[in-house]
Design a protein. Sequence first.
Length: 220
Amino acid sequence: MCGRFAFYSPAEAVVRLFGVSEVPPMMPRYNLAPTQFVATIRQLPGQSPAVSFLRWGLIPSWAKDKAIGNKLINARGETVHSKPSFRSAFRQRRCLVLADGFYEWRAEGGIKQPYYISLQSGDPFAMAGLWEQWDDGVSDVPLATCTIITTEPNELLSRIHRRMPVILPSTRHEAWLDPAMHDVARLRDVLVPYDSDAMTYRPVSRAVSNPRNDGPELLD
């Protein structure tokens, strides 16, 4: 499961690393939680990849109640291509969810100790995501939502948790975002654990367990 993450890199880093031409104003976030709006990159048909903010927790277009999104913050990489909630988006509406790091908790001595997991380089990275638009029949504009795909942990993260988000290297961003890419087998091939040697983790403040806390001190 990936249920909390941080994204605080400046716009210049997003332009340099993810190939977008501009970035809308973004506030640094250190404790992003489900139902909040997160920074993503999407490529709509006939357009270039662009940053957009989507509500975290995918609501399928056929859903009657948006509350279902609270249960669909993650999609398992092993079954994402076949699950009714995700299979249409997997074929047609993929995105990159931007992060500098994510959190997982491990029980230690009767408490749950949070760990912050990031790249050794300190660079932001892209998690494989899916997006949908949901029309409640009342609002003028459909609600755009997303989910983060997870997979088995690599050797490093297996010490903390049974799952990890799929982190896509830059060489796979273009194909993942391409709305004309419908090859399910090729898409599934990229849903693998990221290289352990390129990642690191460390214990951080237990204050991160409360989503109302959101500041750089959470990384202490």
